[in-house]
Every structure is written in structure tokens, then in C-alpha cells.
Design a binder for this molecule. Structure first.
Ligand code: COA
Length: 319
């Protein structure tokens, strides 16, 4: 499927910044990761995408390769991130066929909504295994290759004549920041994913590696939203009101964040989390007290009906 460039990349990045570099991405045929990989390939790189489903992964690789003539995108299907041996074999094959691994994205994830009352121990474990263990397995499989790349493309803070390398990004979620009903399993798993990334930033930073987390909020047109949000108009409007920017995000906005962290612009960013959610997770307490967010702000009305202690004044200017 051909995707217009503006759907996966802002026009602010320079072509060729990932020339001759290789990205290894688990879950690379998925709705978010495929856009991250597209952006990387469009800017000059080659990639290896990993997935469980053979056809989906092969087709995904061929779709992504179409963004730039002369690119090489290898799709390795039949690989479950819960299986460290299969992942290692995939990373080794990527090195053999594409010459190395300079960047990695641990993107494979599993999710469904379920209250704990309907969550079996195996259901909880399944998501822990895919997200937490799978991300850990991915990091272990690629780390020696990332270290090789970091040695070749030194992170000095100055202009990098041969570009960057030796960087890993984990995809996470914000659910565990505040707690989330129906997501006990994913909240626990993503909290673990975050800690794997932080540990890498500390333990492998001295080898030139950077490790960061991208945390997408509600992103339109993704499998995640199909699994997490009702699709009727009323539910969508309600969901968008919970985002300070008043809309769902675009997959391009996750791809742009990826390019930033992998590019020279992100060289000194390590051990961090880039939350790309329009400010959604901070809305947690916004309705406390009975005001509907964001209507009470956009109406320009006064705070009324509560003890305020304010003495006179006109309340300042209205928006
Ligand atoms: N509610 C409650 N339990 C559920 C569930 C749901 N909606 N869906 C699956 N489970 C349970 C199963 O019943 C099973 O538990 P049990 O053995 O006690 O019955 C357990 O989870 C594992 O299910 P299974 O289908 O065997 O796992 P799988 O490894 O084949 O699939 C999933 C993993 C469940 C995460 C599946 O949804 C998946 O493959 N997702 C991949 C894509 C994805 O989730 N993307 C989201 C990106 S945000």
C-alpha cells in the first residue's frame, strides 16, 4: 500500500540523514511502527522488520520499501518476540543481509481491554511476555550490533560526519503514570518496558548507546485505538475532549519523534521518555470539582460555586 509522504514525515528533515544505516524494528508491519520505519527508509536508511505473521510482515516490508527506490527492507515473519532464540536469529540475519544494525525499535506489543475480574493469570502473563520480556529480548539481540555501530559513529555532540548510530527506542504507554482501568496487564508491562530502557541508558550509555522511550497517546487510524476506543462519533468526541490539543494524534507525529531521537538533533537525549500525546495524560485531575474539561476554560466563565477567598477584582481578561 502506497502511503503519501506527508502521512509519515514532516517536511523539516533532510534527505539522506540515515544513508547506509540499518533499522531493526519488531512489530514493524504494525500501524505505528510501519510509519516509523517508512520515515527512516525515506530519509536514506534500510530496514529489517520483524513480526509473527509471515504474510503481513513480508507485505509490510515490500510496502515500506516502495518509499525510496534502491532501498532494501527485509521482512522476517514467523518471529515471536517472546522467543529470544528466534529474535537473535533474526538480528543475525539482519546483520548478514544488510551489513549491521545501527538503530532499533522495540515496537511489538499486545493489548486488549479487560477488567481484572476477567483477566486470567495467563492473559496477564501473555501481555507481560510480549511487551516487557519481548522488549528485553529485542534489546539483548541487537545490543552487540548497536555497540559496533556506536563505535563507528561516535556521539561527540559535534557534527557527525558519518551520521549517528547505536540508538534504541522503546514504544510504551502512559497508562501506568496515573493508573488505568481495564489495563492492569498493559500498565504493568509498560512500566517494565520503561525500566528496561532506563537500565540500558545507564548500562550501555558508556558504550555510546542512547536508549529512549516514545509514548504515543491516542493516535488516529491505529490498531491500538481500534482495540482501546469505541469508534462511534459521540465516543470519539468525548475522547478528544480529554486531550488538551483537542484531537487525536497522527502516526506521522510518532515517526517525526523517532527521526528526532535517531538523528543528530537527539544526540544528547538518553534515558528519556518522549510523550507524544497532545498532553492527554496530564488531564487526569482536570474534572475534579465538577467542571467539565475543557469547556469551563474555553467558555471564559468565572470560577463560581466554590469558596474562593478572592476579594473583589474583575477576574482578569477573558480569552
Ligand atoms: N479479555 C480477556 N482475556 C483475553 C482477551 C480479552 N479480550 N484476549 C485474550 N485473552 C486471554 C486469553 O483468553 C488467554 O488466556 P487464557 O489462556 O487464560 O484463556 C490469554 O489472553 C492469551 O491469549 P492468546 O490468544 O493465546 O494469546 P496470543 O499470544 O495468541 O495473543 C494477544 C496475544 C492476546 C495480546 C492478542 O490480542 C494479540 O496477538 N495481539 C497482537 C496485536 C496487538 O495487540 N496490538 C496492540 C498494539 S497497542
Amino acid at each position: 500500500m502506497s502511503v503519501p509522504r506527508e502521512k509519515y514525515l514532516s517536511p523539516v528533515w533532510r534527505d539522506g540523514i540515515f544513508k547506509d544505516k540499518v533499522l531493526f524494528c519488531t512489530g514493524g508491519a504494525g500501524t505505528i511502527c510501519s510509519m516509523q520505519v517508512r520515515a527512516f527508509v525515506a530519509l536514506g536508511g534500510n530496514a529489517c522488520i520483524i513480526g509473527r505473521n509471515l504474510d503481513k510482515t513480508r507485505q509490510g516490508a515490500s510496502d515500506i520499501a516502495s518509499v525510496r527506490s534502491g532501498s532494501y527492507v527485509l521482512g522476517i515473519g514467523g518471529v515471536d518476540v517472546r522467543d529470544p532464540k528466534a529474535l537473535q536469529a533474526a538480528a543475525d540475519k539482519c546483520k548478514q543481509e544488510l551489513g549491521g544494525i545501527d538503530f532499533a525499535i522495540a515496537g511489538a506489543a499486545g493489548n486488549f481491554l479487560a477488567p481484572m475480574a476477567q483477566l486470567s493469570p495467563n492473559a496477564f502473563k501473555t501481555v507481560m511476555d510480549i511487551d516487557a520480556l519481548g522488549s528485553y529480548n529485542t534489546a539483548k539481540a541487537v545490543m552487540p550490533y548497536l555497540i559496533e555501530s556506536a563505535k563507528k559513529h561516535k556521539n561527540t555532540g559535534g557534527i557527525a560526519p558519518t551520521g549517528t548510530g547505536g540508538r534504541i527506542i522503546f514504544l510504551s504507554a502512559t497508562f501506568h503514570y496515573t493508573g488505568m482501568p481495564l489495563q492492569a496487564h498493559v500498565s504493568a508491562a509498560k512500566a517494565a518496558v520503561d525500566q528496561v530502557s532506563h537500565a540500558i541508558s545507564l548500562e550501555y550509555g558508556p558504550f555510546g548507546i542512547t536508549s529512549n522511550i516514545i509514548t504515543p497517546g491516542p493516535i488516529a487510524g491505529t490498531e491500538g485505538m481500534e482495540r482501546l476506543a469505541k469508534s462511534d462519533e459521540k465516543s470519539k468526541v468525548r475522547s478528544m475532549k480529554r486531550v488538551p490539543l483537542g484531537r487525536w494524534g497522527e502516526t506521522k507525529e510518532i515517526a517525526d519523534a523517532t527521526v528526532y531521537l535517531f538523528s543528530e538533533a537527539g544526540s544528547y537525549v538518553n534515558g528519556n521518555t518522549l510523550v507524544v500525546d497532545g498532553g492527554q495524560w496530564r488531564v487526569g485531575g482536570a474534572d475534579m470539582g465538577g467542571w467539565e474539561y475543557p469547556d469551563f476554560l474555553t467558555s471564559g466563565g468565572q470560577v463560581e460555586g466554590v469558596k474562593s477567598g478572592r476579594k473583589g477584582g474583575d477576574g482578569g481578561s477573558k480569552l
